[in-house]
Design a protein around this ligand. Structure first.
Ligand code: SIN
Ligand code: CO
Length: 401
């Protein structure tokens, strides 16, 4: 049965966070300490069945892993799979990544957590396991909400500083796991873990399903490199005729069209040595290069909305046309795979810069992922034409209901 999930108001206590408001959760727990939440989603029915998870793991474009623990130790295989061990066989687990790209209700479940920015929210992973199944004691580098979907799972966690791993295994398994908390989660219960908290989840019974709401976290090196790449692409676009990935459209920037001069340079006895003056002049040009918000946003917006290879759209045969007249009722809804973000005047969609500048309507569409007919009527023709293109691509859909 399909279920509507709504993102909680940031100042309203919510069962999803054990009675905390999202604001309180972010202040007191996010990136700080674990939180066990009983009945985060009362009466929770997972968006997919155990059989659906197996069906997904057979598909080429779906990322999946099968982990088994037997007499010969840990084994890890990557999908797509043609078959699975029998349900009666203990100690195996199948994990399917990014189920939100493939299933609307899973995407809606993930978006309940949008009190945290889309820049951080990553994917919904779903695992199924038979008795004893799990991925072993380990730690992750990112935050996670572990929501029990079906059956039961025993979670042991530890804030131990020792994160040494067993060498030579196909999985990251802690060499010396010393749990300081031990809880059994039932359907609808949820465990929040900040990065680096050690944990081990073991299925109890043969029908265990766990949903992981995962987050992404860029390294400082990735951010710095992206910023420099964005600035370099802007320079290329302005002066060298090659926009690169982040150069189109061109942002206002410094004029670097003047040529290097060295009228005062003396004769040299070392013609192979790089002239100091040239090195200094190269460094000096950096002073005029703008590393500002717009250039940083250009990298972040394109990079964060860039689609994974397995995000597939289904362009309709007869797309709705808003330019031809906004229907009396209904709403435009972003496809589950579409990534739409904005910063300042820039709007980013699926790795590209949108043709038009940000406006309250586009920002509302990005924040709510839908916009009713009433809010579309009266929008400028170029905005409606751009939305028509998104409808044609299958990046958005017209929902008549
Ligand atoms: C799982 O087994 O479903 C969760 C994996 C994890 O602990 O990250
Ligand atoms: Co983990």
């Amino acid at each position: 049965m399909s279920r509507a999930y709504t993102t909680p108001d940031i100042d309203q206590p919510t069962s999803l966070l054990g009675g905390l408001t999202p604001r309180e959760f972010m202040r007191d727990y996010w990136q700080k300490k674990p939180l066990l939440i009983r009945q985060a989603i009362p009466g929770f029915q997972p968006p997919v069945t155990i059989r659906d998870v197996q069906t997904l793991a057979r598909r080429e474009e779906v990322e999946s892993r099968l982990i088994t623990q037997g007499d010969k130790g840990w084994s890890l295989k990557h999908g797509p799979f043609r078959g699975f061990p029998p349900k009666s066989q203990p100690n195996w687990t199948l994990l399917v990544q990014s189920v939100d790209l493939h299933d609307d209700e899973s995407a809606a479940l993930l978006r309940q957590f949008r009190f945290i920015s889309d820049a951080r929210l990553d994917d919904l992973m779903i695992s199924i396991a038979t008795d004893g199944g799990g991925v072993g004691p380990h730690f992750d580098s990112y935050d996670v909400f572990l929501l029990q979907g079906q059956g039961r799972r025993r979670w042991r966690t530890s804030s131990q500083p020792d994160r040494g791993l067993v060498p030579g295994l196909p999985l990251k398994i802690l060499a010396d796991f010393r749990p300081d908390a031990d809880d059994i989660l039932e359907p609808g219960d949820m465990l929040y873990l900040p990065p680096h908290v050690c944990h081990d989840g073991v299925a109890i019974g043969n029908d265990c399903m766990t949903l992981s709401i995962g987050f992404r976290v860029p390294s400082q090196a990735t951010l710095a490199r992206g910023l420099l790449e964005s600035a370099a692409d802007q320079l290329s676009a302005q002066h060298l005729g090659d926009p690169g990935l982040y150069g189109h459209p061109c942002l206002p920037g410094p004029d670097l069209s003047t040529l290097y001069t060295d009228a005062d340079i003396p004769a040299t006895q070392h013609p192979a040595a790089l002239p100091d003056q040239l090195v200094r002049s190269t460094l000096d040009t950096l002073q005029s290069i703008r590393l500002d918000e717009a250039v940083a946003a250009r990298f972040l917006g394109q990079w964060l909305t860039n689609l994974p290879d397995n995000a597939l759209f289904d362009p309709p045969d007869e797309p709705a046309s808003l330019s031809a007249g906004v229907p009396a009722q209904g709403r435009i809804v972003l496809d589950r795979c579409t990534r739409l973000m904005y910063s300042g005047a820039q709007v980013f969609i699926n790795g590209e810069v949108a043709d038009l500048a940000a406006s309250p309507a586009l920002e509302a569409l990005a924040d709510h992922r839908s916009l009713p007919a009433d809010s579309l009527r009266g929008l400028a023709p170029d905005v409606l034409a751009m939305l028509d293109e998104w409808l044609q691509e299958g990046w958005a859909h017209w929902d008549q209901a």
